[in-house]
Write a protein of this length. Structure first.
Length: 140
């Protein structure tokens, strides 16, 4: 029986965070590979993980975390174009721009289940960042 849903766990530094699903643990713990610009990518990824997983994380915090990852991807856009199919690269930004994540406009889709889809976008964007960096390292 779980006492809280989602369950929480302690980080090594003593912070209480939402328990990361086992299948995503390596993704959260893994350091970014390659020569990563800390201002444009590294710090945004770490900030996003901190925001999203914090025990006190609100929907606004989670949206901000996904926006941080989308901004990191924006800084990697040239690398994405080299490593992904163009429609896939374009779809990544359509999610952030069309679903009330990065911009604030009436024509954006906002009536989605934020709890479910923000979690999905967080892990997809984080995995994409790692994948693009790993492919770039392999090709270098």
């Amino acid at each position: 029986m779980r006492l809280h849903d989602p369950p929480y766990e302690f980080e090594e530094d003593g912070r209480l965070i939402e328990r990361v699903p086992d299948e995503f643990r390596d993704l959260i713990d893994e350091e970014l590979s390659g020569d990563v610009d800390d201002d444009l990518i590294g710090s945004k990824v770490e900030h996003a993980k901190h925001l999203f997983l914090a025990r006190s994380s609100s929907l606004s915090d989670r949206r901000h975390a996904v926006r941080e990852l989308a901004d990191a991807l924006e800084a990697m856009r040239a690398d994405m174009k080299d490593t992904m199919l163009s429609k896939d690269e374009s779809a990544m930004f359509h999610l952030a721009n069309g679903f009330s994540i990065r911009h604030n406009s009436r024509d954006q889709i906002s009536g989605y289940d934020h709890e479910v889809w923000l979690r999905w976008m967080f892990y997809v964007y984080l995995a994409t960042i790692h994948a693009v960096l790993q492919v770039g390292d392999r090709e270098a």
